[in-house]
Ligand binder design. Structure first.
Ligand code: GLY
Ligand code: MN
Ligand code: MN
Length: 434
């Protein structure tokens, strides 16, 4: 992402914050995995969106009315000894020279500097409740001003939820963001292809997971969530991540795996027969989900309500399950009673972007939002047949989900994850191609 992209975002936000406002964002904290071992650091999405600054222990401040600098960064100072262990730091000098801050200060000086800047502002834009330690610090800075009110010190009059503004911005993807998302989708498509060519009976689910991790890392990408690699009955566990069972001849394998490239995620699911050939029952369920997914993608268009792709998928799935005898009754009544939820219990999609379940409201007031160009959503209907006695044995434990990432454009849906085998014949051909 070019520096101008971050600059553009800051300018857009500052126009909304206004001349008498201040926006304050903390970096993500370093999190411990176990004892003294840290998780790999990943910057907070909102913080990164505005700065491109990937270090911890930093605070980003935007003060549109400040004549001697609107964009301030507080960050760690350079430190020979610490950099020897953990790698280089930008330091306040680098924050200005490399990252384009107007002014930057050591993070240890923030208590002395920031309250004085807050004092000159009427409104504070801040996302409460994300990082409770930082919430406390904000309260302390405001209190330190209040204590001096009798000496003529001002305190801000309004606190505004920053996330509303910022998350609405993040919902509309720019050209540069779409480019990163295409890359994330492409790498994940390659990984799914690699896995499909590798799968065979007797392999372990974790061995298939390893193919994804290998393909991601060799493309400088990371998993954007724990890969779901479930075979047999595990296909029906929506967030199955144990990935420790053997792939059995005759079973299905459901893989939900995506990656993050340059802070943007992909999220793709494919379902395939372990032995490379769908059984008639597996194929029957698969074709219902496929038809539902294509119908939902076709409704992922501008000026269509967010819920419509889901409604389209529900209708196809309800009718399909009726035809197979798994649901009985009138389609309208089955939909009204949500009878399909026994087999399709999740939503058809979610916003996708810097986060897998990305930010942005799904409703405006009590109305579903209309889709607009630049929004990216997943389209991922599924059917999961439980292992229950009232269901014909031949259908039990069949779980199918098909998930693609779709950009809404002026010219219709643009499937970012296109090109990956999806028709049963395409999947069988790829699996036979090893
Ligand atoms: N991988 C999580 C989801 O599909 O929402
Ligand atoms: Mn997924
Ligand atoms: Mn998803």
């Amino acid at each position: 992402m070019k520096p101008e992209e971050f600059e553009k975002r800051r300018q857009q936000l500052m126009r909304m914050v206004g001349q008498d406002g201040i926006a304050i964002l903390p970096s993500a904290p370093v999190r411990m995995r176990s004892r003294d071992v840290e998780y790999r650091y990943r910057q907070d999405s909102d913080f990164y969106y505005l700065s491109g600054f990937a270090e911890p222990d930093a605070v980003l401040v935007l003060v549109p009315g400040r004549t001697n600098g609107e964009y301030l960064l507080f960050c760690r100072e350079r430190d020979r000894e610490k950099e020897l262990w953990d790698g280089t730091r930008a330091g306040p000098e680098g924050a200005v020279e490399i990252h384009g801050a107007d002014d930057a200060f050591p993070i240890d000086d923030i208590d002395d500097i920031l309250p004085g800047i807050i004092e000159s502002c009427t409104r504070v834009y801040y996302t409460m409740g994300m990082y409770s330690d930082f919430d406390t610090r904000i309260a302390e800075w405001i209190n330190s001003l209040r204590l001096r009110e009798s000496k003529g010190v001002h305190t801000p009059q309004e606190f505004v939820a920053l996330d509303h503004l910022l998350h609405d911005m993040r919902l509309y993807k720019s050209r540069a963001e779409v480019k990163a998302m295409r890359k994330a989708a492409k790498v994940a498509v390659q990984a799914h292809e690699r896995a499909m060519k590798t799968v065979r009976p007797g392999m372990m689910e974790f061995e298939v997971e390893a193919e994804f991790r290998y393909e991601f890392r060799r493309n400088n990408a990371w998993v954007s969530y724990s890969p779901i690699v479930g075979s047999g009955g595990n296909t029906c566990t929506l967030h199955y991540v144990d990935n420790n069972h053997e792939l059995k001849d005759g079973d299905l394998l459901l893989i939900d795996a995506g990656c993050e490239v340059d802070y943007y995620a992909s999220d793709i699911t494919r379902t395939m027969p372990v032995n490379g050939r769908f059984s008639p029952e597996q194929k029957a369920i698969y074709e219902i989900v496929l038809e539902a997914q294509l119908a939902a993608i076709d409704r992922t268009r501008r000026d269509v309500a967010w819920n419509e792709p889901h409604d389209a998928a529900v209708e196809v799935i309800t009718k399909g399950l009726k035809q197979l005898g798994l649901l009985e009754g009138s389609t309208a009544k089955l939909i009204e009673d949500e009878a399909y939820r026994r087999f399709f219990m999740h939503r058809t999609g979610h916003w996708l972007g810097m986060d897998v379940h990305d930010v942005g409201d799904y409703k405006v007031g009590d109305q579903w939002r209309l889709l607009e160009p630049g929004m990216v959503t997943t389209v991922e209907p599924g059917v999961y047949i439980p292992n229950e006695s009232d269901i014909p044995a031949k259908f039990r434990n069949i779980g199918v989900r098909i998930e693609d990432d779709v950009l809404v454009t002026a010219d219709g849906p643009d499937v970012l994850s296109k090109g990956l085998a999806k028709l049963p014949a395409e999947i069988e051909a790829l699996m036979g191609a090893a």
